[in-house]
Ligand binder design. Structure first.
Ligand code: NDP
Ligand SMILES: O=C1O[C@H](COP(=O)(O)O)[C@@H](O)[C@H](O)[C@H]1O
Length: 455
C-alpha cells in the first residue's frame, strides 16, 4: 500500500479537533489504496504516546468511529513538538518525514505563521517534493493575499499549493453542480430573462464558540463571505465549464467574480450581536461585524440587473445555509387565486446545504376542490441531517490532494478577485446591534423590501 506522509501543523488546534482528525480517521477507514502517515505538529508538550491518547479521545468524542478502528489509526500517528519559528522542529521533521513520499503539509495554523513555516519547509528541502494545503482566510485583504501568494510561490510551484475552502468539498455543493449541468431543463431558465432574484444565506444560531480572538480579528466578511459564499455564488452563476477539470472550472469561477461590482456600503447592513463583546478573546469595545446583509451587482450578459443578496450572521434565530433562485411570476394570473388574498408565490429553486442536504423546487399546484386555486408544493430531493459518514468535505478534499486534483480548491486568481469584491466593506464597523437569537438587524429587511422581503 502506498504511504503518503501527512504533516498536520496545528494538530492540537480547534480545526484539527473538529474536522481534520476525524477526516484523517475517515480516510484511514475508507481508503485501501494508500495510507496517510500522520505527523502532528504543535507546541503543546505531548510525548508521542500522549498525542496518540489525545487523538484517540478526540475521535471517541466525535462519536463516529469504532474503538478498534481508532486504536488501529492512532498506533501509526506521530508527533513533533516545537515552536514554528524554531529550526530544531524542522530538523526533526526531516528525520521523520519521508521526502520521497510526496508529503502533504497541512497548515491549520493562524495565518501569521504561514510565512515562517513555508520558509522553513523550503529551507529543509520539503518544497521540492511536497504539497501544501493552506487554510482560509487567505490573507486579510488583497495586498496581504498577494503577499501570501508570493510567500507560497517562492517555495512551492502553483500546482503544489492547495487553497482549501471546505464549502467546495461539501457533497451538497457538488450536487448543485450536477443538478445544474446534468439536467437540460434548467439552462434555458438560468438567466436574467427568467430569474427575478437570487439569495444566499449562511445563518448560524451560535456565536463565536470559543474562537473569539480569531473571529474578532476577521469578522463576518473575512470569515465566510470572501471565501465560502462568493465561491458558492460562482458555482451557482458560472457558465457551463468545458469540462470539470480544474482549469476549466477555475476559469468560469473567476469570470463570475470579475463580473461583480465591488460591494457597496450603501447597499449593505453590518451588525453585531448583543453580548459579542463579552465573548472570551474579543477586544472590549470591538466593532467587528458578526452579521452582514448585502446586495451584489453583476455586470455579465447572463445576470446583469438580477438582484443578488447575501446574508450571513452569527447568533441569529436559526442555522441554515442555502441558495435560493426565485423565478419571475407568470405574466398574468388567470385562476381563481387571482385576488388580493391568494397571490401565488413565485417559483423558487432552493439548494439547502445546512442543516439538510436537499434541493427543493417550489411550484404551484391546484388545491383540491371546485375552484382553480393554487398553493405552493415542494418537489424535493435530498437527505435530512447533512453529510453522512465518509462524505465530510475535509476527507474529500484531502483525498483530492493525494490525487493532485485541484478542481475543488480556490485558485489564487479567484481569491484575489474575491478580495476585490469585498474590499469596500472590509474595515467597516458594525453600526447596528441585534439581539442574539433574532433575525439580525431589522434594517437588513430594508434591502429586500422592494422584492417582497427575504425568501
Ligand atoms: N476552527 C475553525 O473552525 C476553522 C479554522 N480555520 C482556519 O484554520 C486555521 C487554524 O485555526 P484553529 O484550529 O481554529 O486555530 P487554533 O488557535 O485553535 O490552533 C492553532 C494551532 O497552532 C498551534 N500553534 C500556535 N502557535 C504556535 C507556535 N508558535 N508554534 C507551534 N505551534 C503553534 C497550536 O498549538 P498549541 O496549542 O499546541 O501551542 C494549535 O495547534 C486558521 O487559519 C483558521 O483561520 C478555517 C475554518 C474553520
Ligand atoms: O469556515 C467557517 O465555517 C463555519 C461553518 O461551516 P459549516 O460547514 O459547518 O457550515 C463557520 O461556523 C465558521 O465561523 C467559519 O470559520
Amino acid at each position: 500500500m502506498r504511504e503518503i506522509p501527512f504533516v498536520l501543523f496545528g494538530a492540537t488546534g480547534d480545526l484539527a479537533k473538529k474536522m481534520l482528525l476525524p477526516a484523517l480517521m475517515t480516510i484511514f477507514r475508507d481508503h485501501e489504496t494508500y495510507r496517510l502517515k500522520v505527523v502532528g505538529v504543535a507546541d503543546t508538550d505531548y510525548s508521542v504516546d500522549g498525542f496518540r491518547d489525545y487523538v484517540a479521545q478526540v475521535l471517541v468524542d466525535s462519536g463516529h468511529f469504532e474503538q478498534k478502528q481508532i486504536e488501529a489509526f492512532v498506533r501509526d500517528v506521530h508527533y513533533v513538538r516545537g515552536d514554528y519559528g524554531s529550526d530544531p522542529l524542522y530538523e526533526e521533521l526531516s528525520k521523520v518525514v519521508d521526502a520521497d513520499g510526496e508529503p502533504i503539509f497541512y497548515l491549520a495554523i493562524p495565518p501569521r505563521f504561514f510565512e515562517v513555516v513555508v520558509d522553513r519547509l523550503e529551507a529543509v528541502g520539503f518544497a521540492e517534493c511536497g504539497r501544501v494545503m493552506v487554510e482560509k482566510p487567505f490573507g486579510r485583504d488583497l495586498a496581504d493575499a498577494r503577499h501570501l501568494s508570493e510567500v507560497l510561490t517562492r517555495a512551492f510551484r502553483e500546482s503544489q499549493i492547495y487553497r482549501i475552502d471546505h464549502f467546495l468539498g461539501k457533497e451538497a455543493v457538488q450536487n448543485l453542480l450536477v443538478f445544474r449541468f446534468a439536467n437540460s431543463i434548467l439552462e434555458p431558465l438560468w438567466n436574467r430573462n427568467y430569474v427575478s432574484r437570487i439569495e444566499l444565506n449562511m445563518l448560524e444560531d451560535f456565536g463565536v464558540e470559543g474562537r473569539g480572538a480569531f473571529y474578532d480579528s476577521v469578522g463576518v466578511l473575512r470569515d465566510v463571505v470572501q471565501n465560502h459564499l462568493l465561491q458558492l455564488l460562482c458555482l451557482l452563476l458560472m457558465e457551463p465549464p468545458l469540462s470539470m477539470n480544474s482549469e476549466s472550472v477555475a476559469l468560469e469561477r473567476v469570470k463570475v467574480l470579475a463580473s461583480m461590482e465591488p460591494l457597496s456600503l450603501a447597499e449593505s447592513v453590518l451588525g453585531q450581536y448583543r453580548g459579542y463583546m463579552n465573548e472570551p478573546g474579543v477586544t472590549p469595545g470591538s466593532s467587528t461585524p458578526t452579521f452582514v446583509a448585502v446586495r451584489v451587482r453583476l455586470n455579465s450578459w447572463r445576470w446583469a440587473g438580477v438582484p443578488v443578496f447575501i446574508r450571513a450572521g452569527k447568533a441569529v434565530s436559526e442555522t441554515r445555509t442555502n441558495a435560493i433562485i426565485e423565478f419571475r411570476s407568470p405574466p398574468t394570473l388567470i385562476f381563481d387565486s387571482n385576488d388580493a388574498h391568494h397571490q401565488p408565490e413565485p417559483n423558487r429553486l432552493i439548494f439547502e446545504f445546512k442543516p439538510d442536504d436537499l434541493i427543493d423546487l417550489r411550484m404551484q399546484a391546484k388545491v383540491p376542490g371546485p375552484n382553480l386555486r393554487s398553493a405552493p408544493v415542494s418537489l424535493e430531493v435530498g437527505r435530512a441531517g447533512g453529510p453522512v459518514k465518509g462524505e465530510e468535505p475535509y476527507a474529500q478534499l484531502i483525498d483530492d490532494v493525494t490525487r493532485n486534483d485541484q478542481s475543488r480548491f480556490a485558485s489564487e486568481e479567484s481569491v484575489e478577485a474575491a478580495w476585490r469584491v469585498v474590499s469596500p466593506l472590509l474595515d467597516q464597523p458594525a453600526s447596528l446591534l441585534y439581539g442574539a437569537g433574532t433575525g439580525g438587524p431589522r434594517e437588513a429587511d430594508g434591502l429586500v423590501s422592494d422584492f417582497g422581503g427575504w425568501c
